[in-house]
Design a protein around this ligand. Structure first.
Ligand SMILES: Cc1cc2nc3c(=O)[nH]c(=O)nc-3n(C[C@H](O)[C@H](O)[C@H](O)COP(=O)(O)OP(=O)(O)OC[C@H]3O[C@@H](n4cnc5c(N)ncnc54)[C@H](O)[C@@H]3O)c2cc1C
Length: 386
C-alpha cells in the first residue's frame, strides 16, 4: 500500500500549506477555548487526513509508514491538538481492525474511519492497568451469541467524540492470552463517559474515562473473529503508533527551534541580538543536532517498518521503534526546555508559544508506552538476542 511519489509530493505540499495558513493562525483560539473548531475538522476531512494510513481499497490514502511519518512531521509543527483529532483514526483506533480484522470488519468500518465520519478510539488503559497492559480487568463474558462487557477504561483519547472503540477486554484467564480486542459501537446501552480530563497541556484534545456496565457486544465484533489475540493486536498497533509519535516529536522540535531562532534574532540585550551570544547559539546548536539525529532515526526505522509484511510483528523493528520513541520524545523535551531558556522570562508567559509547547510535549513521553517501558522493550530485546 503506497501512493506514487508525485501524488505524495502534492499531498505533502497541501498539508504544509494547511498547517501554515490554516492551523497555525488558529492556535490561540484552540488554546483559549480548549476546542478544535468544527470548520477546521471539516477541512481535515476534505484533505483526507483521517484516512492517511488506510489503504485506498477501504477508502483511505494508503501511505507507507515512512510517508505517514513525513506528514506527522508537518502536523507536529503546530499545536498538537490538531493532530490529535485525526490521531486515533490514523493510528491506534483503526490499525487493529486493518491488521487483524476480518474482511467483513474492514469493509464495515474502515471507509467511515478514513472519511472521518466515524471517530474511533483505542481503549486499553484502565485505572489499575497502564504500563502493565496485560493485567487489564475489564471482563467480557460469553452469553449466547454476545459478549457482555463490564469494566472501565481510563484517559481514552477522543472518547467524547468517538462513534466506536477498539477495546481490549478479558475473555479468558489471566495474562496476555486471555485478552481479546473488540469493536464496540459507542452508542450501545451500558456505555457512559466520565467527565472530561483537565490536562497539563494539549488544550483542545479530548480524553475521558469510558465506563462499561453490562454492555452486550455481538461476538462478530471480536477483531479477527477469534478470541485471545487482543493483546498481540494491541502491541502491534502500539509499535506502529510509536513511529508516528516519534515523527510528531521531531515536527514539534522543529517548530520550537524555529520560534527560538526567530526570538534570538529579534531580542536585544547588552546592545546586540541575544542570538549573537555564543552561549545562546550553543543552545540552538544542541537542539538542531538532536533534531537531525532524531529525524534520521525515525526515517530509517520507518523505512525498515515498511519492508516487513503488513500487519506482521518483527522483534528488531519493534525494538527500533521503541528506540525512536524514547529518543525523540526525550529529545523534544530537551528542545522545549532550551526553547524556554532562549526566550528568558518570555518563555514562561503563555502569550509566547514555547510556554504551551513545553507543556504539550510532556505527554509524548507518557502515552503509547512511557520512556521506561521503551527502555524495557529495548533492554529485553538485547538480552534475548542471540
Ligand atoms: C492525555 C492522555 C491520553 C491517553 N490516551 C490513551 C488512549 O487513547 N488509549 C489508551 O488505552 N490509553 C491512553 N492513555 C494512557 C497512557 O497510555 C498511560 O497513561 C501510560 O501507558 C502509562 O500508564 P499509567 O498512566 O498507568 O502509568 P503507570 O503504568 O502507573 O506508570 C507510572 C510510572 O511507573 C513507571 N513504570 C511502570 N512500570 C514500570 C516497570 N516495569 N519498570 C520501570 N518503570 C515502570 C512508568 O514508566 C511511570 O514512570 C493516555 C494517557 C494520557 C495522559
Amino acid at each position: 500500500m503506497s501512493v506514487d511519489k508525485e501524488t505524495f509530493v502534492i499531498l505533502k505540499d497541501s498539508v504544509t500549506r494547511f498547517v501554515r495558513e490554516r492551523l497555525m493562525p488558529a492556535e490561540d483560539t484552540v488554546e483559549e477555548h480548549d476546542v478544535v473548531p468544527d470548520d477546521i475538522v471539516s477541512d481535515m476531512k476534505e484533505l483526507g487526513l483521517f484516512g492517511l494510513s488506510i489503504p485506498d481499497e477501504y477508502g483511505g490514502i494508503g501511505l507507507t509508514m515512512a510517508q505517514e511519518c513525513e506528514i506527522a512531521f508537518e502536523l507536529g509543527q503546530t499545536a498538537l491538538a490538531f493532530r490529535s483529532v485525526i490521531g486515533t483514526n490514523v493510528g491506534i483506533g483503526s490499525q487493529g481492525i486493518l491488521m487483524d480484522g476480518t474482511e467483513e470488519q474492514k469493509r464495515t468500518y474502515l471507509s467511515r474511519i478514513a472519511s472521518g465520519d466515524l471517530i474511533v478510539s483505542f481503549a486499553l488503559t484502565e485505572p489499575d492497568s497502564g504500563s502493565d497492559a496485560a493485567s487489564i480487568k475489564t471482563r467480557a463474558e460469553k452469553v449466547g451469541d454476545d459478549y457482555v462487557l463490564t469494566g472501565s477504561k481510563r484517559f481514552i483519547t477522543n472518547a467524547p467524540r468517538a462513534g466506536a472503540f477498539t477495546l481490549m477486554a478479558r475473555t479468558d484467564g489471566p495474562g496476555p492470552g486471555g485478552i481479546s480486542a473488540f469493536i464496540v459501537p459507542a452508542d450501545l446501552p451500558g456505555i457512559s463517559l466520565g467527565k472530561p480530563d483537565q490536562k497539563m497541556g494539549q488544550r483542545g484534545t479530548k480524553t475521558c474515562d469510558v465506563l462499561l456496565d453490562q454492555v452486550r457486544v455481538p461476538s462478530g465484533n471480536v477483531i479477527g473473529g477469534t478470541p485471545g489475540h487482543g493483546f498481540k493486536t494491541a502491541m502491534k498497533v502500539l509499535d506502529r503508533g510509536r513511529l508516528h509519535v516519534s515523527a510528531l516529536a521531531c515536527g514539534m522540535a522543529r517548530r520550537i527551534l524555529d520560534e527560538s531562532i526567530a526570538y534570538a534574532k529579534q531580542r536585544r540585550q547588552f546592545g546586540q541580538r541575544i542570538g549573537d551570544f555564543q552561549l545562546v547559539q550553543a543552545m540552538l546548536a544542541d537542539s538542531q543536532a538532536e533534531l537531525i539525529a532524531g529525524w534520521s532515526m525515525v526515517q530509517s526505522v520507518a523505512r525498515r517498518y515498511d519492508k516487513k509484511p503488513t500487519g506482521t510483528f518483527d522483534a528488531n523493528v519493534s525494538m527500533e521503534a521503541s528506540c525512536a520513541k524514547m529518543f525523540t520524545t526525550e529529545m523534544v523535551g530537551r528542545v522545549a526546555d532550551r526553547g524556554v531558556q532562549v526566550h528568558g522570562g518570555a518563555g514562561y508567559i503563555n502569550e509566547y508559544k514555547v510556554e504551551r509547547f513545553y507543556r504539550d510535549v510532556r505527554l509524548l513521553r507518557l502515552y503509547e508506552g512511557t520512556t521506561q517501558i521503551q527502555q524495557l522493550v529495548i533492554g529485553r530485546h538485547l538480552m534475548n538476542a542471540a
